[in-house]
Design a protein around this ligand. Sequence first.
Ligand SMILES: *Cc1c(COP(=O)(O)O)cnc(C)c1O
Length: 344
Amino acid sequence: MAIDLRSDTVTRPSAAMREAIAQAPVGDDVYSDDPTVNSLEERVAALFGKEAGVFTPTGSLANQLAIRMLVAPGEELIAETNSHIVRAELGAAAVFSGITTRTFPAKNGLLKASDALEIARPNSGPYLVSTTAIAVENTHNFGGGTVQPITEIAALRKGAAELGLALHLDGARIWNAHVASGVSFTEYGRYFDTISVCLSKGLGAPIGSVMLSTKERVGKARVWRKRYGAGMRQVGLLAAGAHYALDNNIARLSEDHRRAQELAVAIAAIDSSLIDPTTVHTNIVGLDLTALPITAAELAARCKDAGLWISALGPQYVRLVTHLDFDDAQCAEAIEILKKALVA
Ligand SMILES: *Cc1c(COP(=O)(O)O)cnc(C)c1O
């Protein structure tokens, strides 16, 4: 079996998770009749200190429902240049919601509140686009799984409140941020008006995300979810996998972080220009190949031939993501494959 480090979405449900799925009580969720979905939405909302949540098939949809609730058509969302909302949701904010975005770059995706606040232009009248919300990604995927400093999040909240701006958290990997930083979910929850979380990344559920906010916003988002074609029926089957993931798979994320650190240290020992291990905060290891005579596609192809799958995300950038189905033996093997592929 190949070692697959392309993403933490590649995990397969364990036998115990499948058992929980098989046993789940279900109902028609479009009628709000599915007890397993209802309890999941309530559980995740309570975890982050929010009033309500709505279950979605993808994190992209959870993000899109959230920002739709915060930003009206023709208004503006501010986000980091390499954020998922801007780069990996295929223009959904513009296509679905008529939202324009303006971006600020941040090294390793790490938020500086002042960078976002300086470009915000609320209430711009009839000539310029008005900013109404700012999105923060934590951990930052294309930034290399970096954990946002809580002091900057707090500063952003303060500045946004002064300007009358709402804040959205793309918390696809907030679980990893929590385990790495020790900051509680309710603390993260306090700073944001809307939150999206993924259950299908590090937590290992097959499908599912939740969008969290006030009862009022979540009620409206439910209407939009149906309008977008994601009103699902006996979807408690999937919510049961998510419950299982919350019960069993949060604390163990520290193992993924340890293995990512081991990969980073071993790769830096081959060539220190590839990665600075101190920038690896969680389960994502991004390699910069600019100083090497090899492209990302070539490295990915060499590794694949040797039984290791990694992602070439840019011409000279590859990403390795550790996860639930990646153990210590595979970690040692992956390091050997990378050593050969990088010096070949
Ligand atoms: C994976 C991810 C999402 C959601 O992705 P889906 O594939 O739509 O579930 C959102 N934000 C970030 C930062 C992600 O990494």
